[in-house]
Design a protein around this ligand. Sequence first.
Ligand code: UDP
Length: 329
Amino acid sequence: MKVLVCGGAGYIGSHLVREISKLPGYEVVVFDNLAKGHAAAVPAGVKLERGDIRNKDDLERVFASFKPEAVFHFAAWIEVGESCSDPLKYYENNVCGTVTLLQAVQRHGTKYFIFSSTAALFGTPDRIPIHEFDTTVPKNPYGDTKLAVEVMLKACDDAFGLKSVCLRYFNACGADASGEIGEDHEPESHIIPIVLQVPRGKREKVFIFGNDYNTPDGTCIRDYVHVTDLASAHIKSLEYLVKHNKSDKFNLGSGKGFSVKEIVEAARRVTGHPIPAEVKDRRPGDPDTLVAASQRAEEILGWKRQYTDIEAIVQTAWNFHQKHPNGLH
Ligand code: UDP
């Protein structure tokens, strides 16, 4: 099957590309503007088409020549804070860009679409763990743009039968076991790579944003899911679409949360570095706990996580950073 991976040079996309291109029966092309992604993250033997989802001509060129049967759509801006200060940048890329992409999908009769969605859909959740059909009230423009695409995908199914799976990632983290690819964002805002900047000599200490949350140690609890496990959920989703020809959505987490303090402690154990930490004010908009109910993806998609231990997850991120002290080039 021919699959096009939009944003396939980015963090999560490149891990999917790596996993799916190992399997028989798939021909993979990456479509990426390299604004945030890295050409070096695309494995040898996989074609990288440089282009932008906001550009109809770029898309037409790839769809007309490659004729993908399935699209994985990872291409988006992802910084929550920036989405608050510059919302139109987010609507332009994440929503308008996806409209242009879906128009190409419709023109060319692409059958299946797998969308990178987010736990940010749920804002401050009604209950923990969060189930797929719980209330979605995002608390920032980033989450709003992802919800807009989920709504749009439902309309595309109703109107022209596009079958899609929306995957709501909780906290994506870790790196491929080889250490060859991993998380390399500029700027970096996620907790695990930030904590690891201390033993890498890139920062002196970690700031913990708030220790007065309603959690056992007062710091926020998040559900950390390994990026290779996210990749396998995407492959399972495509298999599901092919088999059942039915759209669906899944929360992708581990069902178990770790506090910010626990993350810092895990990183201290993995790296052997004391990693000084200082408590600062809360970061605006952080809910105290976000943990996914993970049964649905397990039961319906047959998804099994390979990584359940937080230290093993942090270890893979640490391997990547040690191999790439100056990031991916
Ligand atoms: N966090 C922190 N210090 C940092 C970065 C993040 O204390 O330098 C906290 C953040 O407030 C949140 C958790 O770590 O409670 C996870 O944040 P991240 O940005 O990694 O992911 P999010 O849950 O916001 O998607």
